[in-house]
Design a protein around this ligand. Structure first.
Ligand code: ZN
Ligand code: MN
Ligand code: MN
Length: 282
């Protein structure tokens, strides 16, 4: 099982890997820069070397990156759209330098212009970014969303449309967030509901596109379209839903990342619970 959590980069990128290793993670997710700012100091060769060295001496592989919350590739505002393209390109370059294979990103929010127009913008942006990074190994990894506000990506069909319309779909991968899909209306609480949701994902998007899973319980009910993460087993999904995922042999090779609140050593408890759920006899 590839299990880890989103780790802070306070004190330097390499510190995130050390924090993950302390918790027994064999995968982690990071921001490669401050997620609440557009700009970032360029990565120095020393910072890159320290990061790769810390990774080499750890059991952590792969490292996943998540992009800044400011980026909106569906923005109808030309200035924000251009800023987002630029920021996303910079994040792709940072990931490539750090040998990170997946950069998770929310597809975008159409801000009232409608889903069709939002998807058109996203496709245009992805084609542009792919053309500028032709030699990169990195895959932009579109995350399923809760559909809060005007966010796109709360229906598997929307992600499938993006994949179908970009020029280079093989440069993309998909990240499934359990709290987001649940808030979007996809149930995973019982074996039957879980199987139906996974089948819908496979038939619409294709399981072979699934590269990252975010394991979060949901503070809000099924179909609420509100994105609030809860500790594993303490939200509306509940332990049984996570049992389905961590024991599904089809997902055994996929990195699973916690993005749950951080207070009071919570990562340690959530990781321990997930390991227990994965091993328990039924
Ligand atoms: Zn996300
Ligand atoms: Mn997520
Ligand atoms: Mn979320």
């Amino acid at each position: 099982m590839k299990l880890g959590a989103h780790m802070s980069i306070a004190g330097g990128l390499a510190r995130a890997l050390q924090r993950g290793a302390m918790l027994g993670c064999n995968t982690v997710q990071i921001f490669t820069k401050n997620a609440n700012q557009w700009r970032a100091k360029p990565l120095s060769p020393a910072v890159i070397a320290a990061f790769l060295q810390a990774k080499a001496v750890s059991a952590i592989d792969p490292v996943i990156a998540h992009d800044s919350y400011l980026i909106n590739l569906a923005s109808p505002d030309d200035q924000i759209f251009q800023k987002s393209l630029h920021a996303c390109h910079m994040e792709m370059e940072r990931c490539e330098c750090l040998q990170i294979p997946f950069l998770v990103m929310h597809p975008g929010a159409h801000k009232g212009k409608g889903e069709e127009e939002g998807i058109r913008r996203i496709v245009q942006a992805l084609d542009h970014l792919h053309a500028r990074t032709d030699e990169f190994r990195l895959k932009l990894t579109l995350e399923t969303t809760a559909g809060q506000g005007t966010a796109i990506g709360y229906r598997f069909e929307q992600l499938a449309q993006i994949l179908a319309r970009v020029q280079k779909p093989d440069r993309l991968a998909i990240c499934l967030d359990t709290a987001h899909i649940f808030a979007a209306g996809y149930d995973i609480r019982t074996p039957a509901a879980y199987q139906a949701t996974l089948k819908a994902f496979d038939q619409t998007i294709g399981l072979e596109r699934l590269a990252v899973i975010h394991l979060n319980d949901s503070q809000k009910p099924l179909g609420s379209r509100i994105d609030r993460h809860a500790h594993i087993g303490q939200g509306y999904i509940g332990k049984e839903g996570f049992v389905q995922i961590v024991r599904d042999p089809r997902l055994a090779h996929i990195p699973m990342i916690l993005e749950t609140p951080k207070e009071d050593d919570a990562d340690r408890r959530n990781l321990a619970l997930l390991r227990k759920l994965a091993q328990q006899q039924t």
